[in-house]
Write a protein that binds this ligand. Structure first.
Ligand SMILES: Cc1cc2nc3c(=O)[nH]c(=O)nc-3n(C[C@H](O)[C@H](O)[C@H](O)COP(=O)(O)OP(=O)(O)OC[C@H]3O[C@@H](n4cnc5c(N)ncnc54)[C@H](O)[C@@H]3O)c2cc1C
Length: 414
């Protein structure tokens, strides 16, 4: 078996692993990234970042890198949906470029493109990137190591620290025996890329509810858009399996909440759509001696809130700081990260719960509450308090924003 050494071995070269590899390699640490895919393909992951995510990217020196991945800033958020006519929704558009200092709004990007860019930058900064790894086996404790198979044979990397950044179904987490808590699915969602979406205003994102679906539309270049549709979890396979992409586009084409100029009639789904249960998961202590988890491996935010990429960037920054800091050889190295992450994810769970109650209650009562809430949002921005963290970040709000009582008030009938 070939043996190599690195100060840090990162399993998983996605958004979280890529961001951490850039941070550490730029600071001069020797880093090995082990990524299972031979090349990045669309696996239907996040392609939207809120303003606080752009601020996080800026703070990590990664905004330029991610912008190269078909990045497009979208400042306008239009609340299309069955609670208001399209022209009223457009008049109620939120200008997201003024919400967070240093963030020009929301960012739409290509996920595989961003992973590629991050890995290229990490590699140029000196990281060793190994693609196409299989059968990763992690050893934690005083002598951390990762063994794996590769076309060139079996190898082992000895490292000062192993980082698990291998996503929601993390093998590293399982091997380390780190428990994961879960809310259980609140909704199901299908994600797809569509071409030929005509009339959609450029630089305008929209998340809304119409009849029995929540939609999210994030435009990219050349009439292409990333679309997510969310629905009642009691019918988990509604937009799953073969033909689901066409069914999703047909559903969008029959919704009446968009302006006449927008038409999904000629939109075509690209192959590769996928559906998932939408839930939050979390690990209270995402580390053991010799190994730490970041990104979805440490627990993921319900994608209905659109936070996962930003969470990954923050995790990479905090774990990067800990590894580069003076205390990085002591047992308390990751304690501040774990404490901050636990509270951050608790707050984002409350936000996802409030968003789901607002958007994905498809009953007549739910619709009445939604209509009342959206009218209040237009009159008073403070009425958004329980969902505002999704745009401006969980640290920017007082603790009461994350209580059940605040969400009840947001959804009260007049
Ligand atoms: C349908 C859907 C919609 C979403 N929408 C949004 C959104 O709009 N905005 C947002 O911010 N977030 C969104 N998210 C969440 C976001 O995609 C994730 O939070 C984010 O991708 C997490 O990054 P990661 O690097 O931790 O994990 P991943 O992106 O899953 O990357 C993990 C990497 O590890 C590699 N890997 C896996 N197993 C192994 C192994 N055993 N060995 C080596 N390598 C391995 C994978 O190939 C991959 O490259 C969405 C998620 C879903 C499912």
């Amino acid at each position: 078996m070939d043996e190599t050494t690195a100060e840090v071995a990162i399993v998983g070269g996605g958004f979280a692993g890529g961001a951490l590899a850039v941070r550490l390699a730029r600071a001069g640490l020797s880093v090995t990234v082990l990524e299972q895919s031979a090349e990045y393909r669309d696996r239907v992951r996040g392609e939207y970042m809120p303003p606080w995510g752009c601020a996080e990217l800026n703070r990590s020196g990664l905004l330029d890198v991610v912008l190269r991945a078909e990045g497009t800033m979208a400042a306008r958020s239009v609340p299309y949906g069955d609670s208001m006519a399209p022209d009223v929704a457009e008049a109620a558009a939120l200008d997201t470029s003024v919400l967070v200092p240093g963030a020009a709004g929301m960012l739409n990007l290509s996920h595989p493109g961003a992973c590629r860019e991050l890995m290229d930058v990490a590699s140029s900064a000196g990281a060793e990137v190994v693609r196409g790894v299989r059968r990763v086996q992690v050893t934690a404790g005083p002598q951390p190591a990762v063994s794996y198979e590769h076309d060139l044979g079996e190898r082992i990397v000895h490292a000062r620290m192993v980082v698990g950044a291998d996503g929601r179904n993390s093998t590293v987490r399982r091997q380390l025996g780190i428990p994961l808590a879960a809310t259980g699915p609140r909704t199901f969602a299908v994600g797809l890329l569509v071409d030929g979406l005509t009339g959609w205003p450029a630089s305008t994102n929209s998340i809304g509810t119409c009849e029995d679906v929540v939609f999210a539309v994030f435009p990219r270049r050349n009439s292409c858009a990333r679309i997510y549709l969310f629905w009642d979890p009691r019918a988990p396979r509604r937009f799953a399996g073969s033909g689901a992409g066409d069914r999703a586009v047909q559903r969008l084409a029959t919704l009446t909440c968009f302006p006449d100029a927008v038409t999904f009639q000629h939109a075509r789904p690209r192959p590769g759509w996928a559906s998932f249960p939408m839930e939050d998961t979390w690990s209270e202590t995402p580390y053991v001696p010799g190994a730490v988890l970041i990104g979805d491996a440490a627990g993921c935010s319900d994608p209905i809130a659109g936070q996962g990429l930003t969470v990954a960037i923050r995790d990479a920054r905090l774990v990067g700081d800990a590894l580069l800091g003076e205390r990085s050889r002591g047992p308390g190295t990751f304690e501040p990260y774990a404490v901050e992450r636990a509270e951050r994810m608790r707050r984002l769970r409350a936000t996802a719960e409030a968003i789901t109650r607002l958007r994905a209650d498809f009953t007549p009562d739910g619709r009445r509450r939604r209509t009342a809430a959206l009218a209040r949002f237009a009159a008073d921005p403070r009425a958004r308090l329980p969902i505002a963290a999704a745009l401006i970040g969980p640290d920017a709000l007082p603790p009461e924003a994350f209580t059940r009582a605040a969400a009840d008030r947001m959804l009260a009938l007049p």
